[in-house]
Ligand binder design. Sequence first.
Ligand code: ADP
Ligand code: MG
Length: 286
Amino acid sequence: ATPTALMVGTGRSAKMGILIKNGEVLEAVNDVTTVVFDKTGTITMGKPEVTDIVGDQSQILPLAASLEANSEHPLAAAVLAKAKGEGITVAPAADFQAIEGKGVAATVNGQTAFIGNDKLLADHNMIDDLKQTAIKLQTAAKTVVYVGLDHQVIGLIAIQDAPKATSKEAIAALKQRGLKTVMLTGDNERVAKAIADQVGIDSVIADVLPADKADHVKMLQQTGKVAFVGDGINDAPALTVADVGIAMGSGTDIAIESGGIVLVKNDLRDVDRALAMSRKTFNRIK
Ligand code: ADP
Ligand code: MG
């Protein structure tokens, strides 16, 4: 009877757009105490837009566009869309270098240039005013990337990625079930907290390098079973390590392969629906 009940359960879920890869996953879902979320593309829409450019406008956006032209990061797409909208011709960059979880460096017009977060700034000069402006923008849930030329920060770009319309409701349903909710992100802590507040997530682990996401999941597993919900290349190790890996259907192939559950409709409320389904299925088996 057990395998039949499982098949019926997973069949029903599949019709709802919740793909459960096997019975073990279904069983683990039942014991989850903490649900960990990636931010970009999972909690948020993953469609970042440039909202503010601080500094010499004629210099910052063209330089940023040259740097981001070879990057696959969602933030790069936002910068390039803005530059295109302004009719900027993108000058080619040489020696392109993607620095994981930090940004991009390259040579533009013979000068060393970079775009990225504060982790890139260790050996760069920063204007105090700019730092204060950055803090204000970050507190307003905007991701700040600094633009630098020859070891001097010359300005910043603020980028906003709004939460999905259903994120808040999805989190509320999980909390209603008594589950702990956590956001795990490579973005800045102020930005992460602002977004977490908007959607009602309990706690935030921010400034996490891509390679460290899985370790944070392992730490959270010390207090109970953990589900991890994500969509990116960066999220694949965390999806694998988690007791239940839940991938967004819109995610990268590697994320989808790493997840035990795939949310085809990209609706975060399906995390709670998956929990409800597995409970029903197991009650039927008992
Ligand atoms: P997430 O957890 O949101 O997917 P990532 O680990 O991919 O974040 O990136 C973390 C941070 O690194 C970004 O918020 C940004 O500050 C910086 N960063 C990474 N790639 C780029 C890039 N191409 N351009 C600008 N900033 C970048
Ligand atoms: Mg993501």
